[in-house]
Design a protein around this ligand. Structure first.
Ligand SMILES: Cc1cc2nc3c(=O)[nH]c(=O)nc-3n(C[C@H](O)[C@H](O)[C@H](O)COP(=O)(O)OP(=O)(O)OC[C@H]3O[C@@H](n4cnc5c(N)ncnc54)[C@H](O)[C@@H]3O)c2cc1C
Length: 254
């Protein structure tokens, strides 16, 4: 069989898996070989993060082996790309192997960069991956009283809506159980949400649930000792639990 095109997709998250499946669907096996290269052991459905943290969903339902999600006619290579050489159309892999391609799709997502925000590491919680969602769940469950700050720190955070969802659902769940917990929502924008029309909706919703809304507050550091977030203007707000997405960076091999 003569294969005319060699298409390689790098990254086995939602984007890479869907792209590889679609490419397989659109090209006959005679016309193209489709290969997915990824280093994920299992795929986590990231939008389930808030529900897992709030114990509304079992994490086992949100995790699937990559093979399970992939068209069986896509070649799956579990490995890590360490270098791309576009001139030679070559990929170098961590295992020492090389891979050539005719067409390349890069879908490696973004990497967490907690080091970009002083005080973040080991202190702030989030639910953007399974491990952190489970940890956050445990922390919220064990909290009997105090202040939970949910902060977004900018529209560039992926899945911004997840943080709104978490604040709203957590507060609703708490209403009858833990009256000693206060939730504050901290946004760097002028309103609750970076889109004006949605800001009014969230402001009303927060008000009705008793969530305090703090706007125009960009977290520039976290003082772990005093348990406070500090803004560009050097203002500070105290917390007992801090929920904040980590800063992000592009993958190093790119
Ligand atoms: C709470 C929440 C709600 C959301 N809601 C929505 C929604 O309603 N609609 C929507 O569209 N999106 C939503 N999202 C966003 C969506 O989940 C993400 O945008 C999506 O999961 C990102 O997928 P990705 O494949 O681009 O990146 P990732 O999930 O980061 O996957 C990248 C993959 O590439 C692999 N990789 C990285 N580097 C290499 C390398 N060098 N070699 C090999 N493999 C590598 C990684 O291991 C990883 O498996 C939500 C997210 C959250 C957290």
């Amino acid at each position: 069989m003569v294969v005319t095109k060699n298409i390689v997709v790098v990254g086995d998250g939602a984007a890479g898996i869907m792209t590889a499946n679609k490419l397989r669907y659109m090209n006959s096996e005679k016309d193209a070989r489709v290969t997915l290269i990824g280093n994920n052991v299992k795929n986590f459905c990231r939008s389930d993060g808030p529900q897992i943290a709030l114990r509304m969903k079992k994490f086992t339902e949100s995790v699937k082996p990559v093979n399970f999600l992939l068209n069986s006619k896509v070649d799956f290579v579990r490995d890590e790309v360490t270098q791309v050489r576009p001139k030679n159309r070559l990929l170098y892999l961590k295992s020492g192997k090389k891979y050539d391609y005719d067409y390349l799709v890069l879908a490696p997502g973004l990497a967490d960069a907690p080091e970009k925000l002083p005080g973040y590491e080991g202190e702030a919680k989030h639910m953007l991956d399974m491990q952190h969602a489970l940890e956050l769940g445990k922390t919220l469950e064990n909290l009997a009283e105090g202040t939970v700050i949910v902060a977004t720190n900018g529209a560039s955070a992926p899945n911004l809506m997840g943080f709104f969802e978490l604040a709203l659902v957590y507060t609703e769940m708490l209403a009858h159980i833990k009256s000693k917990i206060k939730v504050k929502f901290v946004s760097p924008d002028n309103g609750a949400f970076p889109i004006q029309e949605l800001s009014a909706f969230f402001a009303d919703k927060f008000k009705s649930l008793g969530i305090e809304l703090v706007t125009g507050f960009k977290v520039t550091s976290i003082n772990q000792k005093n348990k406070e977030i500090v803004s560009t203007e050097n203002k500070a707000i105290n917390y007992d639990v801090l929920v904040l997405p980590p800063p992000l960076k592009t993958r190093e091999f790119l």
